[in-house]
Design a protein around this ligand. Sequence first.
Ligand SMILES: Cc1ncc(COP(=O)(O)O)c(C=O)c1O
Length: 458
Amino acid sequence: MSADAPSSSRALADFYEAQALQAPESLNAFWMPFTANKQFKSAPRLLASASGMHYRSVDGREILDATAGLWCCNAGHARPRIVEAVKKQIETLDFAPNFSMSSPLPFVLAERLAELTPGDLNHVFYTNSGSESVDTALKIALAYHRARGEGQRTRLIGREKAYHGVGFGGISVGGLPNNRKWFGSLLPGVDHLRHTLDLERNAFSRGLPPFGIELAEDLERMVALHDASTIAAVIIEPISGSAGVIIPPEGYLRRIREICDKYGILLIFDEVITGFGRLGHAFGAQRFDVTPDIITAAKGLTNGCVPMGAVFVSEKVHDAFAHGPDNAIDLFHGYTYSGHPLACAAALATLDTYAEENLFQRSLEMGDYWEDAIHGLRDRPTGADIRTFGLIGAIEMVPRPGAPGARAYDVFNRAFHEGNLLTRVTGDVIALSPPLIVERGHIDRIFGTLADIIRTTA
Ligand SMILES: Cc1ncc(COP(=O)(O)O)c(C=O)c1O
């Protein structure tokens, strides 16, 4: 604990008062998402404020943010331009409908976004989250084929270990058993490619893993089994984040693209994590030089400060919907908050901040230092693998016998309480994704702290 941290409950109450924070009387009513509620509520980790690279916890400690919140605050926290834009917007236009009505900002933002997307992905459909972006993209893929007279293409292909959010579409194409097994039979007509995580051949590799391109041929097997005429789309995270950071083998994404082209299958990149500079370009597609037909995004789009997602589609996909009479609705889909003015204002100010501070390029340049630093942890006896690409990193721990996930959870919890460091734990993996404003000194501190904690966490 830092010296100025309040140590008694009286001091904690004073702290809340001084910060003008409302202290919760009970933690009971909030049913927390993706959380072991009992464990959390018996020893909560509560954040009170944030600025730049740091959070401040409710007990007054400055916490270094090594996860950009939840992979979303790519420009760091409480950036002045974004704060101002949101304040101004709520005073000017708090809401405007976008069903057969609109306001200027969603159009302005869409043009700006279309400049950042790869290829001719020039059309933007707004959502409010990554999950909604995924379900929207899957629906667009199905409707696209139907609009072209190939309505029998209804099959969707995902991957084992994939995370595509929590909508029914997303969990159906997703490949994380815990996210699927509780929720019935999911969408019909979905199949999965094998995942590409291969500790035996690729552990501790640097750059893209050298082995595994042949796994792309799974898509040929799907075509042989189901026939291409039944397959609408393949959805892939260029780098899987939530499953513990899985980096595509050299050449894998390109090969998937080739097979999709061969059979008229749409390729969707889920870039909810990899978008907006995380890999040193606006999108992972540009870093890997593979252009999909559709990209899903969220998180870094508004720097995490107002919920917003987006789906970017190519001219080909968009134009398939444009053949009806002028008074026909193109796509029977949308959300009350699609293109919400506050989110648009936040996104525009976020894009300005990225551009002014050259943050995508900065992220690219910082990648080598980051990679060297994380590989400095390689010789810890409890480490099973280190995976990193761009400003993403993962340290996979050898699980404690009979207690999967426990060791990594302890590292995460100790890093927060003792090391004043926010990391993310998923299974046996500590995942890292700092804001792109991270300095070398922060990187040293992240891995110095983790080295000490991992060494002393049996
Ligand atoms: C690749 C990917 N897709 C979709 C989602 C879901 O996004 P959200 O939590 O905003 O619904 C996530 C969230 O982490 C993600 O990583």
